[in-house]
Design a protein. Structure first.
Lengths: 210, 221
């Protein structure tokens, strides 16, 4: 599962991007220009605004300044080219592993034939019929990551993608991001662990000045 | 359309695995009706006169009790956040959830109405009219409730605020719902009430996905 088909090109630019939570300015004056095949790695202490920046980019929370996504089709729903992996699993514990993934495949316009290989790659192939609530924290994270694989999209916004994963999982995620970038995708990754990515990466450290 | 059906299918699956909740709601609905003869006394004429009202109020209470689950679990497990990036709009997802809620929660309540009819001494004609008015009115009530559930979804202890917020707004639906069943004060008034009820329901169902969608969008902020 390291071969991705070519993804439509997207470019992300921001100008003087700032975000306030309550009265506090989380970050400000962020200028970005990230092209297809490139990644931005966000680092910074807890509470520095890494997750908030991802939410701003996804358009979920209000921000100041400009965010531009270039290369979108006119008739495409804005945001339907983005996968946001937050720290929440977005899985139903009562439903089966396969059912959960099938739902996100259909809702995100994915391809059902990608489900089995994605689960296999996540080492969940044996657990398709298991209830998602029975998975361990790491397995749950793997299943959440599968959501990105069953519906290929050019933009990945990842919040601590390797949290709760073991060594093999870290390597798997790094490989996934590499393959995504190699296919022309774009990724913004908030992480504490240094990721050894092959592609061109930008680094942004939040909360240093504060 | 695939997305719409996917939401519908998931909600029905969730209702099936969480079947205990629905059974509890159904029992609650029946028990509220069963309490009436004890509270009011064995006055058969009085009971059968107020029976449609009792059924309507029990349905409203059961609906409000079940509404909190409409968006809360999706909010808490992050599904709601991921819905923003779906191929269909948040409004379409809300509509799919409403359709599923009506099918999995409200339809069983309607099927249980004959139990009320037995307990309260409703005759066949009134039972039929109650079912028709409930069938037309409950989508409107559900639409109102969805707005309440969406507005309060990000409140940590919002479970009770939604119903309290919505209850006063449900009064018109209740008035026309009962008006369509009870003996008309003037000839043809029950038909007019039924038409008003249909209009109310249609308007509410038409605007609810947009209002609830807006509230859900703001809930992440």
């Amino acid at each position: 599962m390291t071969e991705f088909s070519a993804l439509p090109a997207r470019r992300l630019t921001t100008k003087a991007l700032a975000c306030r939570r309550g009265d506090r300015l989380l970050f400000g004056g962020i200028d970005l220009d990230i092209g297809p095949g490139e990644a931005l790695v966000l680092t910074g202490p807890n509470g520095a605004g890494k997750s908030s920046l991802l939410m701003c980019l996804a358009g979920l929370i209000a921000s100041e300044g400009e965010i531009g996504w270039h290369g979108r089709d006119e008739d495409e729903r804005p945001g339907a080219d983005i996968h946001l992996l937050s720290h929440l699993p977005a899985l139903k514990p009562g439903l089966g592993v396969g059912d959960n993934l099938r739902f996100w495949t259909d809702l995100n316009g994915g391809d059902r034939s990608l489900i089995a290989p994605a689960l296999e790659a996540a080492r969940l192939g044996h657990a398709t019929r298991l209830r998602a609530g029975l998975l361990s924290a790491g397995q749950t994270r793997r299943l959440s990551l599968c959501r990105l694989l069953v519906a290929p999209r050019p933009v990945w916004l990842l919040d601590e993608p390797t949290s709760a994963l073991d060594k093999q999982g870290d390597a798997w995620v790094t490989g996934l991001i590499d393959a995504h970038l190699a296919a022309g995708g774009l990724a913004v990754i908030a992480t504490h662990l240094p990721l050894a990515l092959a592609a061109k990466t930008w680094a942004l450290a939040l909360g240093e000045a504060a | 359309m695939t997305g719409f059906l996917a939401v519908l299918r998931r909600e029905v699956q969730l209702a099936r695995v969480g079947g205990g909740d629905l059974m509890t709601l159904l029992l609650f609905f029946v028990l509220v009706g069963a309490l009436m003869p004890f509270a009011i006394g064995p006055d058969k004429a009085l009971l059968s006169r107020i029976a449609p009202g009792v059924v309507w109020v029990s349905a409203l209470l059961a609906l409000l009790l079940g509404l909190d689950r409409l968006f809360r679990s999706d909010f808490e497990d992050g599904s709601l956040r991921a819905f923003h990036n779906a191929t269909i709009s948040l409004e379409a997802i809300v509509l799919a959830k409403l359709v599923a809620f009506w099918l999995t929660v409200i339809l069983p309540l309607l099927i249980a109405v004959p139990v009320h009819a037995l307990l309260l001494g409703m005759n066949g004609d009134i039972l039929l009219r109650t079912l028709v008015s409930l069938g037309i009115g409950t989508p409107g009530l559900l639409a109102l409730g969805a707005i309440g559930a969406a507005v309060t979804v990000s409140l940590r202890h919002g479970g009770l605020i939604g119903p309290v917020l919505i209850l006063p707004l449900a009064v018109p639906v209740l008035i026309f719902g009962i008006g369509a069943v009870s003996p008309p004060p003037a000839p043809g008034a029950d038909r007019v009430a039924l038409l008003f009820l249909s209009a109310l329901s249609l308007v509410l169902v038409a605007i609810a996905p947009f209002v609830a969608g807006l509230a859900l969008r703001l809930s992440e902020d």
